[in-house]
Design a binder for this molecule. Structure first.
Ligand SMILES: C[S@@+](CC[C@H](N)C(=O)[O-])C[C@H]1O[C@@H](n2cnc3c(N)ncnc32)[C@H](O)[C@@H]1O
Length: 291
């Protein structure tokens, strides 16, 4: 396994290369990806007046949803490693008078606290398993929260619970240039939090209490458009940078290859139904403060 510094450098490089695909797919991902984080928002129940943090906010769709829930007197701040995605989030959601969610570029693993702390609640959709040093990142989140504050997050379980994810990559990869290194063992990656006992250990080590890790199954429903669905999944995955660098013929073959392996999830005339197996993670900061 690589050391933490090497994993962090790999992660920074990965997200710098993959950001353009996420920015291109931002509206589509907000729409199709909503079930991936809905259970965490339901548990969190952000209330008007609260200050809420969104860790690994990407292009800001979930931060904007949190900001709407805490309006008028509350606020939501999205933190993301990718400056390009943060810039996209600002373009998409900052209101003309400067109101709306705020966005900060930074690495949750190396910050002492997130700018804007202390927060009443923290939310994260599909990011915690991607941290090179999850205890460092979770510790920053815990330090950025008030006493008795709440954390709600979602992450993928394992590959078999999310078969469409490797299918899109495997179908596309043969037509594209070299991919980034795939994770080994517990290294940051989509299935790094597959073991719920490890997830609990990481949250305990970061100082959270009342840690609960629950399985939660959702279905992502997409438009009936194989090309569009294939491109969405390729662009937000490990083949995204190679796809964007490829010529039109290779891109077409990559989309067709992904669509072939995704066919089992497709009902012509209806669309795709992609089964996603998640962990819903909830916890609190120690103490008997509000909430
Ligand atoms: C899979 S994407 C999820 C984005 C968004 N939460 C969503 O569900 O659409 C993971 C995000 O985490 C961000 N990220 C990865 N490592 C991070 C770190 N150490 N600190 C802050 N953000 C990080 C990436 O830049 C990326 O935007």
């Amino acid at each position: 396994m690589a050391d933490t510094a090497a994993l962090r450098a790999r992660s920074a490089d990965f997200w710098a290369r993959t950001a353009p695909g996420w920015i291109h797919q931002a509206d589509r991902h907000d729409e199709i990806g909503r079930p991936l984080g809905a259970v965490a928002i339901e548990w969190l129940q952000p209330r008007p007046g609260e200050r809420v943090l969104d860790i690994g906010c990407g292009c800001g769709g979930t931060t904007a949803e949190l900001a709407r829930a805490v309006t008028p007197s509350g606020s939501a701040i999205g933190l993301d490693l990718s400056e390009a995605m943060v810039a996209s989030a600002r373009r998409r959601f900052t209101e003309p008078d400067g109101a709306g969610p705020r966005f900060v570029a930074g690495d949750v693993e190396t910050l002492d606290v997130v700018p804007g702390a202390p927060f009443d609640a923290a939310y994260s959709r599909m990011t915690l398993m991607l941290l090179a040093d999850p205890v460092a990142g979770l510790t920053t989140i815990r330090r950025s929260l008030r006493v008795g504050a709440r954390l709600a997050a979602t992450v993928f379980r394992d590959g078999p619970a999310n078969p469409w994810l490797p299918a899109a990559l495997l179908g596309a990869a043969a037509h594209l240039g070299p991919l980034p290194p795939l994770p080994v063992g517990d290294e940051a990656g989509p299935f790094a939090f597959a073991d719920p006992a490890r997830v609990r250990r990481l949250l305990d080590a970061a100082g959270f209490t009342d840690v609960v890790v629950h399985p939660h199954d959702v279905t992502l429903e997409t438009p009936d458009d194989p090309e569009t669905v294939a491109e969405w999944l390729i662009e937000i995955g490990p083949a995204g940078a190679a796809y964007r660098a490829a010529g039109p013929a290779a891109q077409g073959s990559a989309r067709a290859g992904a669509a072939r392996l995704l066919a089992r999830f497709h009902t012509p005339g209806t669309g795709y139904r992609l089964p996603a197996g998640l962990w819903s993670i909830t916890a609190r900061t120690p103490g008997t403060g509000a909430s």
